[in-house]
Write a protein that binds this ligand. Structure first.
Ligand code: PMP
Length: 453
């Protein structure tokens, strides 16, 4: 099952231990949940064209839900995409620069970086990413998923140990499995469990050269996309350093979104970015583009330039996408001279905290941390999850449903993502719709634990 977590891990509910369990769950719910589980649309704007849903009968007689995007007849409030800073829509600073770059360099790089795919735009972006993150060097890749799935096997292999959070993204799982390293899975965001597993695996204080493992790599995410939770980075860094393990931080959902200037999880928790050995991120969320990066010490980045398959054998980031990220970063860093980048990050936090507080007040069970733009609302029942999102879509509000196999069946949820591009009126309207529909679906809980969180 490509969606379950590490083959060898024992912790975390993403594991499906018994194949027959998988088979029966799929038979019962799989078809519908699989269809509905697809991200329904990731259109760029705060509002986007509504989707049409049809129910059709397959020749076998099975009922299948079909989701298709249609023309521009009706608009839908988009709470389904990762457009955290609003850069995915046309931007007065970014868009003309992107168009210019496409005019000069074309739409595709048409070759890997080392075979002529490197342009001045790529070099400029890599320098800017390193400067933004406060590290020595950075390398970019054509795809965020491939950044993880190809960098991890380039860094560790047989004889190495990977300590992976149980809710790490599928691209990390793919890279970890492919690496051939031994994988141990620690309980989600639980630094104590990480510590305990590391103690079992290595003798504390033992020099790296005397260990049973060539390298030990701890892999975590800045914000977990199905939980909306920020990583307990301070504790993870403390434990990893004590055990002399390397740290790999995936900032796909935290770069641009966390920290007062959007510099991610390190800035949010006051951790020195130089304490993170491998900083990974994607350009598909906060920067409204495509691609991914790895940033860190220069020797590590130079090593990846020579050994990472996605750098050597896959097409480089498209020039227009490169320019989109460079321009968006310039705005966020205040290099466009307007100061609106800092305002965007502030707006994202204000919006996210406003919506989170209101959802909790309504008595909904919302997962995640303050400042995080990702807000899963627990429905527990797959039927309620589907009903909620359908009824909201009929009211022209789009959200994402997160069911099996992305989560266990009984931890089904619906998820909204907040953007700096949402206005207060958008959010108030969405909250009104959500409150009515949540009442109909009987989703209110009196959850003091989450309120305290
Ligand atoms: N890492 C994480 C944590 C993700 O959530 C994602 C995708 N959402 C990726 C990596 C892959 O990034 P991309 O979609 O840019 O390929």
């Amino acid at each position: 099952n490509p969606f379950s977590h590490h083959k060898t891990g024992k912790e975390g509910y993403a594991h499906i231990r018994d194949p027959s369990e998988d088979f029966y769950l799929r038979r019962m719910y799989g078809r519908i949940v699989d269809c509905w589980n697809r991200p329904i649309c990731s259109a760029p704007d705060a509002w986007f064209d509504v989707m049409e849903r049809k129910r059709t009968k397959e020749p076998s007689g099975q009922d299948v839900a079909e989701i298709t995007c249609t023309g521009a007849s009706t608009r839908c409030l988009n709470l389904a995409s990762y457009n955290y800073l609003g850069f995915a829509a046309s931007d007065p600073y970014c868009t003309p620069r992107v168009i210019d770059t496409i005019g000069q360099l074309g739409v595709s790089s048409s070759s890997p970086r080392i075979l002529g795919g490197t342009t001045v735009a790529h070099t400029e972006l890599e320098e800017l990413v390193a400067e933004y993150l406060g590290v020595e060097s950075a390398i970019t890749y054509g795809m965020g998923f491939a950044t993880n799935s190809s960098t991890i096997p380039a860094l560790v292999g047989k004889g190495c140990l990977i300590m992976s959070d149980s809710l790490n993204h599928s691209s990390i799982v793919a890279g970890a499995r492919q690496s051939g390293a031994k994988i141990k899975v620690f309980r989600h965001n639980d630094a104590k469990h990480l510590d305990a597993l590391l103690r079992q695996s290595i003798v504390e204080g033992q020099p790296r050269s005397h260990r049973p493992w060539k390298k030990v790599l701890v892999i975590v995410e800045g914000v977990y996309s199905m939980e909306g939770e920020t990583c307990n980075l301070k504790e993870v860094v403390e434990v990893s350093k004590r055990h002399k393990a390397y740290i790999y931080l995936d900032e796909a959902h935290s770069i641009g979104a966390l920290g007062p200037t959007g510099r991610g999880c390190c800035e949010h928790w006051g951790v020195d970015p130089r304490d993170i050995d491998i900083m990974m991120g994607t350009f598909t969320k906060s920067f409204g583009s495509c691609g991914g990066y790895i940033a860190g010490k220069k020797p590590v980045i130079d090593f990846l330039r020579r050994h990472s398959p996605a750098h050597l054998y896959a097409c480089a980031m498209a020039p227009g996408c490169v320019k989109q990220v460079t321009a968006a970063l310039q705005v966020v860093m205040g290099l466009d001279g307007t100061g609106r980048g800092a305002a965007k990050v502030r707006e994202l936090h204000d919006n996210a905290n406003y919506v989170r507080a209101r959802l909790l007040e309504m008595g909904l069970e919302v997962l995640g941390s303050w400042d995080s733009p990702v807000m899963p609302i627990m429905t527990y029942s797959p039927a309620k999850m589907v009903a909620l999102s359908r009824m909201l879509l009929e009211r022209r509000m789009a959200m994402v449903i997160v069911g099996f196999p992305a989560t266990p069946l009984l931890l089904t949820r619906s998820r909204i993502c907040i953007s700096a591009a949402h206005s207060r009126a958008d959010m108030d309207w969405a909250l009104e719709q959500l409150e009515e529909m949540a009442e109909l679906c009987d989703l209110r809980f009196n959850n003091t634990r989450l309120k305290a969180h």
